[in-house]
Design a binder for this molecule. Structure first.
Ligand SMILES: Cc1cc2nc3c(=O)[nH]c(=O)nc-3n(C[C@H](O)[C@H](O)[C@H](O)COP(=O)(O)O)c2cc1C
Length: 184
């Protein structure tokens, strides 16, 4: 059974709300075990445990919050034990264009440093609303398309884990039978 960790830092609660929605999306795929943890509740065993990891941080000064970077610098010393796990990213920023995608790329860079395979989402969760480098929000997710972008990230991670870890090839996104775009 594939295992997913949704791991986040949130100073004022917005990234936490995203994390819950990402986890909701992951459990849409049956047979996948999902853990949701803030970094102050998590340790290296959680990271070693998972097959897939969705990593979330608020955008601070256009990049990842130092608390998140500290977690990886101080607690995770497991190079050559994490290779091949699958990772993705999400971030809440103060406003659109505030650097959320840069933060996602920084989160993905951290994961790549440990040998994770990282991905983006090509789907559109709503009109002109996608998550190519991970899911970003301005503040908390309020509109349905914002919530769906979070759920879709978690669901896509679960699909990749089902395909790549559990060998459930029918769950490949290109075989999916749900609407990937509003115009489908
Ligand atoms: C130290 C600090 C730096 C921030 N830098 C940015 C920034 O560069 N761009 C931006 O859009 N918002 C910035 N913000 C706003 C947060 O990204 C935003 O409020 C976010 O929703 C907070 O998420 P959280 O509730 O999970 O902590 C910053 C906030 C703090 C506290």
């Amino acid at each position: 059974m594939g295992k997913i960790l949704v791991l986040y830092y949130s100073k004022s609660g917005n990234t936490k709300k995203m994390a819950h929605l990402v986890a909701d999306g992951a459990v849409e795929i049956s047979g996948i075990e999902v853990r949701l943890k803030a970094i102050n509740e998590a340790d290296r065993e959680d990271v070693l445990w998972c097959d897939g990891l969705a990593l979330g941080s608020p955008t601070h000064l256009g990049t990842v919050a130092y608390e998140m970077k500290k977690f990886w610098e101080d607690k995770i010393t497991d190079w050559q034990k994490l290779d091949g796990k699958i990772g993705c990213a999400f971030s809440s920023q103060g406003g659109w264009g505030g650097g959320g995608e840069l933060t996602c790329l920084s989160l993905l860079t951290i994961l790549m440093n440990f040998g994770f395979l990282v991905f983006g989402v090509t789907d559109y969760a709503g009109y002109q609303f996608t998550a190519h480098y991970g899911t970003t929000q301005a503040g908390e997710p309020r509109e349905e398309k914002q919530k769906e972008a979070c759920r879709r990230l978690g669901k896509r991670l679960a699909e990749w884990i089902a395909v790549c870890v559990d060998g459930r090839k029918e769950l490949h996104p290109l075989c999916g039978n749900y609407k990937r775009n509003p115009w489908d």
